[in-house]
Design a protein. Sequence first.
Length: 198
Amino acid sequence: MIAAAAAVLCLFGPAMPQKTDGKWIDLFNRKDMTGWRMAGKGNFTVEDGALVTHGGMGMLWYEVRKFGNFKLQVEWKVNNKCNNSGVFVRFPEKSDDPWYAVNNGYEIQIDDCDKKGLMFQTGSVYSFHPAEKLASKPAGEWNRFEITVIGQRYTVSLNGKKVNEFEGTRGSEGYVGLQNHDLISRVSFRRIRVKEIK
C-alpha cells in the first residue's frame, strides 16, 4: 500500500492541498523545498528555517496549485538595505522562465534603494503602481508582507501599514513565487502562507 502511494506521488507530484475553508495554508515547511520549483538562474537554499536567495535572475515558485482570491503573508529580510527581490502573484501558467511571471503576473517589489523612486521600491506593484511610502524595517530585521487579492483589487500591507492599493487587469488566478534577483542580493523568506477568500 505504501509503495503504491509512493508511485502515485512520483507520477503526479506533490499532493494538492484540499479545501481550506478559510484556514491558512503553509506553503513552506521551513525544512526543505517540497512543493517548490526553481526557474532561471541562481538558486535558493534553506538556512535556519528560511529560504535564502543566491544569484539570479531567477524565481522559486510554488507549483502545487494556483490561487484565485487570497490573502498571502510572507516574512522576509534583507542582508543589506539595497538588496533586491520580490514576491510574484497570479502568473497563470507553469514556466521555467522567470520573466514569464514578470510579464504575466504582478511583482510586489522588495528594494529600498531603487533611484527611480516609489514606483520601483519596496511595496510597489513593480512598474505598475508605486508604493505610498516605505515601511521596511532596517536590514537584518524581519518584515511581513500581507498581500490581499480580490478580483482585480490588490492591497499590499507591510509591517501592518497599508502601502499600496492597485486595480489590475491580468488573470483571475495563478501561482505565487519568490525572486532571486542578482549575485549580490541576499534576501531571506520564511512563514509563507495563504488563506483563500471565497
